[in-house]
Design a protein around this ligand. Structure first.
Ligand SMILES: C[S@@+](CC[C@H](N)C(=O)[O-])C[C@H]1O[C@@H](n2cnc3c(N)ncnc32)[C@H](O)[C@@H]1O
Length: 288
């Protein structure tokens, strides 16, 4: 028999994991705070995202980090980082363009015909800002063509990192590829140094968008007066059905009578008992 005991094998590196108990506790905290359901199958994804925080707070391992968060030893500031780490922020300028066609071809002409001269719009899960800046470009373009027309965009998200990016309004050049040329020329600034790869939203447009942090699962939304348009796209999918219904119900209360709610293309309000009528694919209208 060969004796391998003297050979020096490198043991496989131990993978830093969290236990099922820690996963359950953390997922429960995240769900209670922001409504996002993290399925058991997403444990590896969650671990990957939390690893960045382990060194940031000087924890010895991801398990130790979790115990510190669960035990409340890191304070509310760390919980904000945790929330920022678990949100999914995918977005694009002119994402789901049929919504913007409907806005320009149907909704805004209707408001103009009704003599409405101040359009208020809310992007309710705005991520890094592509959605509210898309809206601002279109509303601004429309306002230039309709005498006396004015507009305002409110943009909110739970994630303070994406809000910081949105406020700066600086994007990699390819991010604005979907913006039609005439709008890009007017609202997107090229860098003075042509070697730089990023572009910036023009300050006149940035000034038209007010950013803030709003958690959609809170019972009230501090956005001020009711609005004509709400874009709440691609966030309901992360909530369970009951939370979705509560959120959509609160959103519809923030709409003016006859106002419009735009949801993401895979989102639905089927089975919810709400004062909303479907007027186009994933576009709903509050009764006038
Ligand atoms: C996939 S992005 C969608 C961005 C944009 N609406 C779009 O469709 O391109 C979802 C956004 O929802 C935000 N979010 C998640 N939970 C939230 C909550 N409870 N309240 C507010 N925003 C939330 C995330 O931070 C993320 O930026």
């Amino acid at each position: 028999m060969n004796d391998f005991s003297s050979l020096n094998f490198n043991p496989a590196p131990e993978i830093d994991r969290i236990t099922p108990r820690q996963f359950k506790a953390l997922a429960g905290m995240i769900r209670a705070e922001i409504g996002i359901n993290i399925k058991d199958s997403k444990q590896t994804m969650l671990e990957g995202r939390l690893r960045r925080r382990v060194s940031a707070v000087d924890a010895g391992s991801i398990g130790e980090y979790c115990d510190m968060v669960i035990g409340g030893r890191l304070g509310p500031g760390e919980f904000e980082h945790l929330i920022n780490a678990v949100t999914t922020n995918k977005t694009d300028f002119f994402r789901e363009p049929a919504h913007f066609d409907y806005l320009m071809e149907t909704v805004l002409p209707l408001y103009a015909a009704e003599n409405c001269r101040q359009i208020r719009c809310w992007s309710a899960a705005c991520s890094t800002g592509a959605e509210p800046y898309t809206l601002a470009m279109l509303l601004d373009d429309f306002a230039l063509r309709v005498r006396g027309m004015d507009y305002r965009v409110i943009a909110t998200d739970i994630d303070t990192d994406v809000l910081a990016t949105a406020i700066k309004g600086i994007y990699p050049r390819e991010a604005v590829d979907p913006v039609p040329d005439h709008l890009r020329r007017r609202y997107v600034l090229e860098p003075k140094d042509s070697r730089r790869a990023d572009v910036r939203i023009a300050p006149e447009l940035r000034r038209r968008v007010a950013f803030g942090r709003v958690n959609l699962i809170e019972p009230t939304y501090p956005i001020g007066d009711p609005v004509h348009l709400i874009f709440c796209r691609n966030v309901l999918i992360y909530f369970d059905k009951q939370t979705q219904e509560q959120v959509v119900s609160r959103l519809s209360e923030q709409l003016l009578p006859g106002g419009y709610l735009f949801l993401g293309h895979s989102e639905s309000i089927a089975g919810f008992n709400l004062d909303l009528e479907q007027v186009a694919s994933t576009v709903f209208r509050r009764s006038p």
